[in-house]
Design a protein around this ligand. Structure first.
Ligand SMILES: [Cu+2]
Length: 108
């Protein structure tokens, strides 16, 4: 994608209500999930509570990452959204526009 067509926006959301203290971890990490070829890459991701995930759409088609309690909203090509996961659990998600696209984030 070219610099001129690349649009960015940043969205933050807290998953699971109140922020949780990051026990024993000095730095929360931000992980990347690329949306390409109508698939989430990686489709399964394991993170720690307090970490964030940045979803980046590199497809020409618009996509979302939508799960219980979180939603990137519609991402056009080159757009990204960052969501923070504070509550441990397993989060299945889909693309709201193409529900056959599936992913899972496990929060330890
Ligand atoms: Cu999609």
């Amino acid at each position: 994608m070219s610099v001129t067509t690349r649009r960015r926006f940043l969205k933050t959301a807290m998953i699971g209500g109140a922020a949780v203290a990051l026990a024993g971890r000095a730095h929360a990490q931000t992980h990347a999930v690329r949306i390409a070829g109508f698939a989430f890459q990686p489709a399964r991701l394991e993170i720690f509570a307090g970490d964030s995930v940045t979803f980046v759409n590199t497809d020409g088609a618009p996509h979302t990452a939508t799960g219980r309690g979180f939603d990137t909203g519609r991402l056009s090509r080159g757009q990204q959204a960052t969501l923070r996961f504070d509550a441990p659990g397993s989060y299945d998600y889909i693309c709201d526009i193409h529900p056959a696209m599936k992913g899972q984030i496990t929060v330890r």
